[in-house]
Each structure stands twice: as C-alpha cells, then as structure tokens.
Design a protein around this ligand. Structure first.
Ligand code: HBI
Ligand code: FE
Length: 298
C-alpha cells in the first residue's frame, strides 16, 4: 500500500477535546514541514543523549540499523524518507498516527508491515516522562530494529497474532510477549548483554538501569513464563528477559499461539519482580530500586 495523499494532518477535536480519527486506520499526515525549531531541538537533545549511551549498550543490529537510516541529530526524521529505506530493506513502512490507536488498528498495521508512529514530540520540560509513544520513542526506538529481517518478520507476526488474540480474548498474554521482547528485551551478544527493546533504547535512564543496575532480575526468555508475567507500565521493569540471539525470535514469528494459550489456561500469574525455581537466572536482582519506591509510597 502507499500512503494516500489526501490525508488530514490532524484528527478533529471531539466533545471532550480529545482527538477523533478522520480515517478508520487512524493514519494522518506527518506534517513534517510544520515542526518548529523548538521541536527539532527537543529531538536533538534526546538524540544526542541516547547516541552517547548506546554504542556499548545497544545490540549490533540496532547500531547498524541506525547507521543505515536517514536519521540524524538535527531534524525529526521525515517518515517518507525512512519508509523508502525500510521498504528496500525489509518491506516495512512508517505511517503517522496521532498517538495511541485502538488495539485492532495497531495490529492491522503491523500485520501489513506498516509501523504506526506518533507524529508529535514530547515537550522540553518532559524529556523523561510521557504517557503516549511520541516520534522519538517510535522512530529512534523501533525503526532501527525493523531494518533487521528477523525483527521485521517477528513484529508482523505479532500483528497477525494480535488480530487473532483479540478475537480469542487472549490479548493480555500476547501483549506481555511484545512488552518483554519488542519493548523491553535484552539479547545475549558474544561481548555481553545488549539492548534491543525500543522502550529501553529510547530512554536515557532505563538504558543504564536495564544493563548496569543491581536491582532488576535478568532471566532467560521462556515463552510460557513471559505470558504469565505481569509488567509495569509506569516505571522501570523489575525483570528483563534475555534472548540468546535475535534468531530466537524467528521461532516465535512462526508459532501457532493457540496451543500455547490452551496450556496457559488456569496457570497462575507471576508478579513483575518474582523469580521462579524453573527460571534460567542470568542475574538475580536486589530489588532495591522498587523496594525503595514502595517504602516511600511511590
Ligand atoms: N498504538 N500508536 C500505538 N503504539 C503502540 O505501541 C500501541 C498502540 N495501540 C495499542 C498498543 N500499542 C498495545 O496496547 C498492544 O500492543 C496490545
Ligand atoms: Fe513502543
């Protein structure tokens, strides 16, 4: 598909002042020409901060993907140029959306190799905190990994699986797999643990916490285990799951999740910080960071 040229640049405000989609697929124009110097400046601050942190922390595929894309410090990237490059490499494209979109809309895009990216950028006074995925998280965090053929197939499979899971009522389980891989995954590289998850790669504080802090657990990835594990959306993760190589996701891209959901029926849920005797523990966390927060009622 190509992006139609008659797109609105924004949805219209509804009665609550929220955004109403103009189109069923929620796609809007990125409106690249309308970014202000200040918005490009926020991008630059974030870009430079992460670019200092990531060379020894992000996995090789992330660093290579970034190097091969038209992404730099000076400007918020133009989705049309990103899509040209991505399309050549893995058949993906980037489309602009106003922010979070409904699950089915999100999955429908992924199933068709379109990555919906927020077109807005966080404000200068909220560099480290935002509720909705913005252009920095979506582009800087996600797009480099979509240059890798295995990740490209894996995220499309998640979209297809998501559409099915939505119908079967098992979406909570599948969402955990996405969370602990695409968003917060670590990978064992020959020279040590590295980041491939976009939620970590786009966060200055979490890219240090996830790899270097003594607090979180780091556990070998296991599909059943991950599907039972709740996650935190408002703070650093208490447990990170480590895949042995990016190729490990290839298996998941071809898996039929229906029998997996079947055997998950009635299994207990696992809290974010809990270790199980069956876990392959890579490092046992002290739990200190989240314990301190709980003590202070945070
Ligand atoms: N919409 N734009 C956007 N980005 C997301 O990551 C996203 C979404 N809608 C739903 C969603 N994620 C998740 O809740 C699903 O992965 C379950
Ligand atoms: Fe994301």
């Amino acid at each position: 598909m190509s992006v139609p040229s008659d797109l609105p640049s924004q949805g219209g405000p509804d009665a609550d002042g929220g955004q109403q989609p103009v189109r069923a697929d929620w796609i809007i124009h990125q409106g690249w020409e309308h970014y202000t110097a200040e918005e490009h400046g926020v991008w630059k601050t974030l870009f430079q901060r992460q670019t200092r942190l990531l060379p020894s922390r992000a996995c090789d595929a992330f660093v290579q993907g970034m190097a091969d894309l038209p992404i730099g410090p000076d400007q918020i990237p133009d989705f049309r140029r990103l899509s040209d490059k991505l399309m050549q490499r893995t058949g993906w494209q980037v489309v602009a959306v106003p922010g979070l979109v409904p699950d089915e809309v999100f999955f429908e895009h992924l199933a068709n190799r379109r990555f919906p990216a927020g077109h807005f950028i966080r404000k200068a006074h909220e560099l480290d905190y935002l509720e909705e995925p913005d252009v920095f998280h979506d582009i800087f965090g996600h797009i480099p990994m979509l240059m890798h053929p295995v990740i490209a197939d894996y995220i499309q499979a998640y979209g297809k699986g998501g559409l099915r899971a939505h119908q079967m009522g098992t979406l909570d389980k599948l969402a955990r797999v996405y969370w602990y891989t695409v968003e917060f995954g670590l990978v064992q590289q020959r020279d040590g643990l590295r980041i491939y998850g976009a939620g970590i790669a786009s966060s200055a504080t979490e890219s240090v916490f996830a790899l270097d802090d003594a607090s979180p657990n780091r556990v070998g990835f296991n599909l059943d285990r991950v599907m039972r594990t709740r996650y935190r959306i408002d703070d650093f993760q208490e447990t990170y799951f480590v895949i042995s190589s990016l190729d490990a996701l290839l298996e998941l891209a071809h898996i039929d999740f229906a029998p997996v959901y079947e055997r998950m029926q009635g299994r207990s849920e696992v809290e974010p910080g809990t270790l199980l005797t069956t876990d392959t523990v890579i490092s046992r966390g002290t739990g200190r960071y989240h314990a301190e927060k709980r003590k202070h009622g945070g």
